[in-house]
Design a protein. Structure first.
Length: 347
């Protein structure tokens, strides 16, 4: 009976089913995480019970480490916790020259997560989604500087189009005066701080991703899950330092889980799962299909943010800018590039 069920499952889980199933999960995860995080910020402001951003980041990293450890137990150690601990000790503690350099991208990933959560307390989900696509530009620039990668003319064209699209999303046309102006004046200082946070997050994302790629190419670590849990353990350490140094007194006063609602826990779980879904997508699909998932996620975020959260951003210039960003993202992904190594599980 078990053999029959296993055979039936193998027939059902064809490469196409796995590929498009992961893409569907990635689309839903991208959309739901951003919308839920934005909704949690709105609810926290309405109830005056704002959770501490640094604790949410630490919670996300803790969940991620638990998930990765469980995967290693199942996949690499035949469900033996003792073998897993021995494997991690041999691969992490006994190989400091391969492990310690990962502290750099891990620190930047933690900074990036804090910036993203803060940004979503200042700007709407749609603005975050489209503006954050600038990480494609920062990644390309750092790849050219750090890895000396050759960027094709088609990719440079897509990057210019990407920048123009982001600028358009931040421009408002006044029918009364007949002139264009930036939305920042209307939205206020908090909106400006949110945009600056997103721009800083694109910088940390771009450099951390490229630096991490360089470590993968130069390192000797054969196991993707081991490399991923190394990153996550460093992230866990830096996230803990962030809580301790930045918000330690506040956490002692009001408690670590102050302001945590079921929605906040859902955000933490979905964010932790995001990197694992991305890694699976890159393994079983390809970058072009992943780009389609990201593009669909942006469109869905625009629609749901407008109708469910009341974010009034769908102006004509915003829609044109978003279309330009989607096309630039597609153009960048289809440009001819050299094969990329598999990335560790980090969103």
């Amino acid at each position: 009976m078990k053999m029959l069920l296993s055979a039936n499952m193998t027939k059902l889980l064809t490469p196409s089913v796995v590929r498009y199933g992961l893409l569907l999960l990635l689309t839903v995860q991208n959309t739901a995480t951003v919308l839920c995080m934005r909704a949690s910020m709105i609810n926290a402001a309405a109830t005056n019970e704002k959770y501490v951003v640094s604790t949410l980041v630490l919670t996300m990293e803790t969940i991620k480490v638990v998930i990765l450890f469980t995967l290693i137990v199942i996949v690499e150690s035949n469900c033996s916790i003792r073998k897993t601990v021995t494997l991690l000790y041999d691969e992490i503690v006994c190989r400091p020259y391969d492990t310690l350099p990962l502290a750099v991208p891990s620190f930047l990933f933690v900074v990036q997560d804090n910036l993203i959560v803060y940004a979503l307390s200042c700007v709407d989900a749609t603005t975050y989604q489209v503006t954050y696509q600038l990480r494609i530009l920062t990644t390309a620039i750092f790849a050219r500087i750090v890895l000396n990668k050759i960027i094709s003319a088609k990719r440079w064209l897509s990057l210019v189009l990407l920048m123009l699209g982001v600028i358009l999303t931040q421009v408002h046309f006044s029918k009364d005066s007949g002139i264009f102006s930036f939305r920042t004046g209307k939205e206020g200082p908090a909106y400006v701080f949110g945009l600056v946070s997103i721009l800083c997050a694109t910088m940390t994302s771009g450099f951390a991703g490229v630096y991490n790629e360089k470590l993968i190419k130069n390192g000797q670590q054969p196991l993707l899950l081991i490399r991923s849990i190394q990153l996550s353990l460093f992230c866990l350490f830096f996230a803990f330092l962030g809580v301790l140094l930045k918000d330690g007194q506040l956490v002692i006063t009001q408690g670590y889980f102050y302001g945590y609602s079921p929605l906040v826990w859902l955000v933490a779980a979905m964010q932790a799962m995001g990197g694992i879904i991305v890694a699976g997508t890159m393994k079983y699909a390809d970058n072009i299909l992943k780009t389609f998932a990201t593009s669909i996620s942006i469109v869905m975020s625009c629609v749901f943010s407008y109708f469910l959260l009341g974010d009034d951003t769908l102006t004509a210039t915003f829609i044109v800018g978003t279309v330009a960003i989607l096309f630039a993202t597609y153009l960048y992904s289809v440009a001819t590039v050299s094969a990329q190594p598999a990335e560790p599980i980090k969103s």
